[in-house]
Design a protein around this ligand. Structure first.
Ligand code: ADP
Ligand code: ZN
Ligand code: ZN
Length: 676
């Protein structure tokens, strides 16, 4: 029962607790100006930091149990109403507790009870402090190149859209000058007095864009926001964004929530990248929220990609987004992509004679090459050929990957590490064989087959240390390396001017995957990898080893025709009833026993079916990785033709499940899931 309490202000506070509700406190001094401010409150026996999300005059909490807030904190400007609006939308849309969403959007230091360090006064930050090592490039302004006709057209469309909600898809092959287009759009935004927000995947690996922005806008306060920043730095950058002092904010997905009082433009580069969707906990899509935020704030949003997500491409061809195309690569001609048919070929450690010959030739000519294999470690599995035993993880339904030279079996899902057994645990056979190829094995084979070459392996194992990647980049740039062996870490956005040949191994495994998005991802990945070849003026060459040289995906890739691929793939999706023609959500559940998870999902499905016959609830199934870190995982897919219908359904369904279904399974809803 709600009761008004005369003459008393009540604040509703978001707290970082896993309960989907706000907490009421009395706060005599609170005024409307305090909404969005942090506040210290008693919580249980502790003191907690929260954010005031609204003022109220009545509460369901009995007056004698209503506690008083301890203190409203004034060191930082409050979250603005429009920032809170985005956070509310996100909490609601993704069915995640508002308290966790609001608190999660703050830098860690602001979530703690201990007072944040006193901020240094504006100006006192030296360049060295504010600019991490990657950005110490010369800071004279670097003139922009003269735009091509297509670029000019794209820029003027975005410029004309400033001041209103206009979503754009900027579609152009790698090296067609997309970055240049959005840099001009940013310039126009700055001139108009706006702040620009640029979201990129994995900023730690793309210091080049930071350097470029710094060079192009040397007098403009630019900050980055990503999880690799030290806490103090992140706080400083966040404050600069929310005070309006920073005019350009460059960040990874979490930056989509950065408070920006004068937001004028949002750019999402490589918008198809899966890192924009958070895979655990609060499973939001920063790309999708960028569009929502642009609509809420009436500003343009530019989604840039050579291989957009099919959802985005569909929005563009159906007219919801304006399509801006850049059709040709600038400078160097596009790379020549072709397939090497490996059927009947005798491979040396997974490498074809043709690829080896091409590598030799490039290296002899003083050029660099990349051998791309999307699997780290030495071999993906250790097997016994006499009894069929395979190295499997005890805690996951996954195989243990053999890593050399440290001689360890590693689980890439839960982190389990153990030495390989001396003999087969099944039959005692001492002769266990590594099967398949990972980066380490390819590196080892190349060292044997091309003995004079300087090799560098780049994967998550070799770049784990903070400075490792920086040093490696330098070695590549200084031509201290002939052949790179790398995983997808290398695929994104790096510019190596002497790299002219890319060889691709083991791509076929993705062609016939059960995940309906596998082909789309493979096309995007290979396009990105191919884009690494020939950035320095010489035509690049890409050789894909495959047993399916006539597969339509490879055909579209070889002619570098994203639209041919996408149109086909969309037609298939329409036919088969997959997104973007339907909208999906996944109810995920995990428990120590699979039966517990399945039972919960079964009941959830029954209740779902009773709620709305226009929403299809499928039967519960074990997850693609049915056991992880000792917990059994299962899921239930629901889908509907209408997004708003699905939203309404999810709201009601979530309520029923949370309120009246007790289970020992841990569950959550993943809206617009990308992983199954
Ligand atoms: P994308 O983002 O599409 O991969 P970039 O914007 O990085 O492409 O452009 C590729 C290269 O071409 C960069 O080195 C960039 O400086 C250069 N470039 C872009 N636009 C022009 C232009 N109009 N004239 C000359 N060079 C350009
Ligand atoms: Zn055996
Ligand atoms: Zn494991």
């Amino acid at each position: 029962m709600m009761q008004a309490i005369a003459g008393m202000s009540i604040i509703r506070v978001a707290l970082d607790v896993p309960v989907a509700k706000l907490f009421d406190y009395r706060a005599r001094e609170a005024t409307a100006a305090d909404v969005g401010r942090r506040v210290l409150v008693p919580f249980g026996r502790k003191t907690a930091v929260g954010v005031i999300v609204e003022l109220a005059h009545s509460t369901a909490v009995p007056v004698e149990r209503l506690k008083s807030a301890i203190r409203i904190l004034h060191e930082f400007p409050p979250l603005a109403a429009e920032d809170l609006r985005l956070l509310r939308f996100a909490a609601d849309y993704y069915h995640h507790p508002l308290g966790a969403v609001v608190m999660g959007a703050l830098p860690t230091r602001l979530r703690r009870v201990a007072a944040p360090p006193r901020l240094r006064k504006r100006g006192s930050v030296t360049l060295q402090e504010a600019v991490p090592e990657a950005r110490t490039a010369p800071l004279e302004a670097v003139a922009a190149p003269e735009l091509t006709a297509e670029q000019t057209r794209a820029v003027s469309k975005v410029r004309a859209g400033l001041g209103g909600f206009h979503p754009f898809l900027l579609l152009g092959v790698t090296g067609s000058g997309k970055t240049e287009v959005y840099l001009h759009a940013i310039a126009a935004t700055l001139e108009a007095g706006g702040q620009a927000l640029v979201l990129v995947p994995e900023i730690a690996l793309t210091p080049q864009l930071e350097a470029l922005v710094q060079q192009r806008f040397p007098g403009t306060h630019t900050v980055s926001l990503h999880s690799a920043l030290a806490e103090a730095e992140r706080l400083e950058h966040w404050r600069a964004a929310c005070s309006g002092q920073a005019r350009i904010v460059l960040g990874t997905r979490l930056a989509v929530f950065a408070p920006l009082p004068e937001l004028g433009l949002i750019v999402v580069d490589e918008e198809q990248d899966s890192s924009f969707k958070q895979g655990e906990g609060f499973r939001y899509s920063a790309r999708d929220l960028a569009v929502v935020r642009a609509r809420q704030r009436s500003v343009p949003v530019v989604l840039a990609s050579a291989t957009p997500a099919l959802e985005t491409y569909h929005n563009a061809v159906s007219g919801r987004y304006t399509l801006l195309t850049l059709s040709s690569r600038i400078g160097a001609p596009p790379p020549r992509i072709s397939c090497i048919d490996t059927r009947g070929d005798k491979l040396s450690d997974g490498l074809s004679q043709r690829l080896l010959a091409a590598l030799r030739k490039r290296v002899a000519g003083g050029e660099q090459a990349l051998v791309f294999i999307n699997r780290r470690g030495y071999a993906p599995v250790l097997i016994c050929r006499s009894c069929g035993w395979v190295s499997g993880c005890q805690r996951c339904a996954a195989r243990l990957v053999l890593h050399l030279p440290e001689r360890r079996l590693r689980c890439h899902h839960c982190g389990h590490v153990s030495p390989p057994p001396a003999a087969c645990p099944g039959c005692g056979n001492p002769d266990l064989a590594p099967v398949g190829h990972g980066t380490q094995r390819v590196e080892e084979a190349l060292a044997r087959l091309l003995p004079q070459t300087r090799l560098l392996r780049i994967d998550r194992d070799t770049t784990r240390q903070r400075r490792a990647w920086h040093t490696m980049r330098q070695r590549i740039q200084e031509r201290d390396v002939d052949i790179l062996v790398g995983t997808q870490i290398l695929a994104k956005g790096h510019d190596f001017p002497h790299l002219n040949l890319v060889g691709v191994l083991n791509a076929d495994s993705q062609l016939y995957s059960s995940d309906f998005r596998a082909a789309e991802r493979l096309f995007a990945l290979l396009t990105q990898v191919a884009g690494r070849a020939g950035r320095g003026g010489i035509q690049g060459e890409v050789l894909i080893q495959t047993e399916f040289p006539h597969h339509p995906l490879y055909a579209a890739l070889c002619s570098q025709d994203y639209r041919a691929f996408a149109d086909d793939a969309l037609a298939e999706r329409r036919q088969a009833g997959f997104p973007p023609f339907v909208h999906q959500a996944l109810l995920r559940a995990e428990a120590p026993r699979l039966a517990t998870a399945l039972e919960f999902l079964g009941e959830a499905a029954r209740r779902g079916r009773a709620l709305d016959e226009h929403v299809t609830a499928y039967d519960p199934v074990p997850a693609a990785l049915p056991r992880r870190a000792g917990r059994e995982r299962a899921q239930l897919l629901v889908q509907a033709a209408s997004r708003s219908r699905l939203r309404d359904f999810l709201g009601a369904w979530h309520d029923t499940l949370a309120r009246s279904l007790t289970t020992r399974a841990r569950w959550s809803i993943d809206v617009d899931p990308l992983e199954f």
